[in-house]
Write a protein that binds this ligand. Structure first.
Ligand code: 5GP
Ligand code: ZN
Length: 136
């Protein structure tokens, strides 16, 4: 069995695994997360199977944020996080690209974020920007 046929989100798109669908178009699918961090926690996915963001063609990515926006508005969320995890260390558990919409109704529910800021030398920051730009 290849990765795509064993992928839980590909099965959800096909309807082989049930989900509470919120949106569907030719290239995008959205549904409620089964273990929500808060009420309304939803996922938007490209129908194109790919593990990480870089594996998805640009034309399959165009609706992800607009659909996340629609859902955030429909939820009436005023505080929320849009999150897309890549790789185990970065908390990705399902290897099919997905964008989370996670309402943050209070301190306890929703996404908890650690934000370990580092001090950096401006010269280093400038050199880093030049290096990244040269590779884009
Ligand atoms: P990740 O940690 O990979 O960014 O997030 C994966 C998300 O998918 C988790 O929030 C998890 O609850 C959700 N999830 C995993 N399996 C299923 C499923 O079968 N159905 C639904 N609706 N959500 C799922
Ligand atoms: Zn998949």
């Amino acid at each position: 069995m290849n990765r795509m046929s064993s992928c839980i989100f590909c099965k959800i798109i096909k309807g082989d695994i049930p989900s509470f669908k919120l949106f569907e178009s030719d290239k995008t699918f959205a549904f409620l997360d089964i273990n929500p961090l808060s009420k309304g926690h939803a996922l938007v996915i490209p129908k194109h199977h790919g593990e990480k963001l870089a594996d998805i063609p640009d034309d399959s990515l165009t609706e992800l944020l607009p659909v996340a926006k629609k859902i955030a508005i429909a939820l009436g969320a005023t505080n929320y996080n849009i999150l897309q995890n890549n790789g185990r260390l970065a908390h990705q558990e399902v290897d099919h690209v997905h964008v989370h919409i996670i309402p943050k109704p209070n301190e306890a529910e929703g996404l908890g974020v650690k934000w370990p800021q580092q001090k950096i030398d401006m010269g280093e920051l400038k050199a880093l920007a030049e290096e990244i730009k040269s590779k884009m």
